[in-house]
Design a protein around this ligand. Structure first.
Ligand SMILES: C[S@@+](CC[C@H](N)C(=O)[O-])C[C@H]1O[C@@H](n2cnc3c(N)ncnc32)[C@H](O)[C@@H]1O
Length: 601
């Protein structure tokens, strides 16, 4: 049949499409019929002209970089399926725990979360030789994930470490990290910030790679976290007591200021010796050094009559204003050199300091111990991640950690909300990495690290009485028959012709799974509300709404659409109505396409 209606996308948007759009905006002259004219682009970007570029330019590359770039552009054929049993307060919670390989997941989050995440914290494998490095397969990413999740050795470990003896030791790690960090950047808000934990194994490579992805100018700074105390008996030549956390902005120009909270000790410096109703204050010097502006040299007299003549930071009239507003401190006897009162309530915090000494690795272990969950080695301390969240987020922001491990980040988000009455939401992504067979985790019944992460969030909510929860989603093959999409031989045309006559949904599909897949592919977030429309009597139509979307859309997965029933929806030209291809005949399709924006699957 011949219809002129849109098709629901069967794969997620290829990130390149978005970037091409941006390139077109910046350099329209460099795109011809939708294709990049590389010669023109080179000419545009080089002041000296193409010839000058030559080979001897600054270059950061590694074996496999081209494939890594290609990998980020391959559309995913996966989806995310909800799991109510694993979730806590599914209906009301906006936090997400997603189980799966984070590259596929980031691709799926790309459309709904583009530009929406305020802070990302990740603690990826440091490439120490024994850690799990995901073996991306760019020919068939999803199949490879499905195979891998069933692929363990006799000890129950994944056979995917990256030993130092491997000829591509650094390259393998870089190739794994590159597409993930690249996609993650697209999810950040304009003023979003990413924090990446790393140690000496890869810190220099990570810096170069992030400079390339974020632009060197968006490097805000590197924290040095003191993670170990004591004498240090761990290594022959050098006692490594610290790790690094690199902090990059999506766009540094969009960030006016950053603060970290004052420490207890710094707060204690604020006192209230005169019982000022505005609360505790600290005093600062009022004299000016460096120049002797005559307009600022004058005499001031204390309440007891003592005279002080200096070059002051304020003009005489402004100084008088401070006196009138009880903002000057003359000492407890009212006859000392005057100082300016600065109130604690007005102090947002300190500019973030590179030196971080607030908790040690062992504190991360204690955090889990307090939850009776000592089943994960070297989790980060909650306090450490909380610090980054305090620097980068406000009360309603969205936070992502796609190497979630035991989900310390989720605990940090929830505790911080509890402390400042915030409503931050988080998205955790974790591979179902099997726990080693003889480990404490396995003995306690946790088959995978993802299970540990989910249990931690449950315990944080239940034991510490934080009234939150989380929705669990799992990476799975699409509900659509996607085989024809990747067809590259001559049979593609045949598949296209057959497409209309075949049911595009996989056998055994479930309504809720398909609804969430459509939700994602329409660019709506996973905490969207999916409600059946009550007014209808024959068809089942769902209305999908999200707080940040101005418009909702309708989905009907019935085999037949009854026109009289659908009329009750009172669709307008702007309304989006999605149904199955087989549910419409030509006339109904034409009618609906006139009334609204009709899409079919
Ligand atoms: C260093 S741990 C993170 C620990 C975490 N910060 C905490 O405090 O518990 C890194 C985690 O990333 C997970 N991981 C590695 N590759 C992954 C991938 N491709 N997708 C999702 N998770 C992955 C590993 O299973 C591991 O649990």
């Amino acid at each position: 049949m011949t219809k002129t209606v849109d098709k629901v996308q069967k794969t997620t948007t290829i990130p390149n499409e978005e970037r091409l759009k941006q390139l077109k905006q910046l350099y329209p002259e460099c795109l011809t019929e939708g294709q990049v004219d590389f010669e023109k682009l080179k000419n545009t970007l080089s002041n000296e002209g193409v010839e000058e570029l030559g080979d001897e330019r600054y270059l950061f590359t590694w074996a496999g970089k081209r494939e890594a770039i290609h990998l980020r552009n391959i559309p995913t054929e996966a989806t995310l399926k909800p799991d109510h049993n694993d979730s806590l307060n599914f209906e009301t919670s906006q936090n997400l725990f997603i189980e799966g390989d984070n590259l596929e997941v980031l691709k799926l989050l790309y459309k709904p979360y583009f530009g929406r995440i305020k802070a990302i914290y990740i603690d990826p494998p440091y490439n120490t030789g024994g850690d799990f490095i995901y073996p991306d397969n760019y020919r068939n990413p999803l199949d490879s994930y499905l195979q891998l999740t069933g692929q363990v050795d006799s000890e129950g470990n994944l056979q995917t470490t990256n030993p130092e003896t491997s000829g591509r030791y650094h390259s393998t790690w870089l190739s794994m990290m590159y597409p993930r960090i690249f996609l993650a950047r697209q999810l950040l808000t304009d003023d979003g910030i990413i924090f990446v934990s790393i140690d000496d194994h890869e810190v220099y490579n990570l810096r170069l790679m992030m400079n390339e992805i974020f632009g060197e100018e968006n490097f805000i700074g590197g924290f040095v976290w003191r993670k170990k105390a004591g004498a240090g008996a761990d290594s022959k030549l050098f006692f490594r007591q610290h790790e690094h956390i690199l902090m990059y902005a999506q766009n540094k120009e969009q960030i006016a200021e950053l603060f970290q909270p004052l420490t207890e000790k710094q707060r204690d410096e604020y006192k209230n010796p005169d019982n000022d109703p505005r609360g505790p204050w600290a005093s600062t010097d009022l004299t000016r050094t460096g120049d002797n502006d005559p307009a600022r040299i004058y005499e001031v007299i204390s309440p007891t009559g003592k005279k002080f003549t200096y070059c002051w930071t304020y003009t005489e009239s402004n100084f008088q204003n401070l006196i009138d507003n009880n903002l000057i401190w003359w000492g407890k006897n009212n006859n000392s050199k005057p100082k300016r009162k600065r109130f604690l309530k007005d102090k947002e915090g300190l500019t973030p300091r590179s030196w971080v000494d607030i908790a040690l690795t062992q504190d991360g272990g204690y955090d889990l111990e307090k939850l009776d969950l000592s089943v994960f080695d070297y989790p980060k301390p909650v306090k450490l991640i909380k610090l980054f969240l305090q620097i980068a987020t406000k009360a309603n922001d969205l936070i992502l950690d796609f190497f979630a491990g035991s989900c310390t980040t989720a605990q940090a988000v929830m505790e911080l909300n509890q402390e400042d009455n915030g409503n931050r939401q988080c998205i955790m992504v974790q591979f179902p990495e099997p726990t080693p067979e003889k480990s404490a985790a396995r003995k306690a019944g946790f088959e995978t690290i993802a299970e540990v992460g989910k249990e931690r969030i449950r315990r944080v909510c239940q034991r510490t009485l934080i009234p939150s929860g989380f929705r669990v989603f799992k990476l799975a093959p699409s509900n659509y028959n996607t085989k024809n999409i990747s067809q590259t031989d001559g049979s593609h045309a045949l598949f296209s012709e057959l497409e209309d006559t075949l049911d595009p949904l996989q056998e055994g599909w479930l309504v809720e799974d398909v609804l969430y897949e459509i939700t994602l592919k329409e660019g709506y977030p996973l905490d969207s509300a999916i409600q059946p429309v009550k007014e209808l009597t024959t068809n089942t139509v769902f209305c999908i709404t999200a707080p940040n979307e101005t418009q909702s859309f309708y989905v009907c997965l019935d085999e037949q659409i009854i026109e009289t029933d659908i009329e009750r929806l009172k669709l307008s030209k702007k309304s989006v109505f999605i149904c199955r291809d087989i549910a419409l005949d030509d006339t109904l399709a034409a009618n609906l396409a006139l009334q609204c924006r009709l899409k079919t699957i």
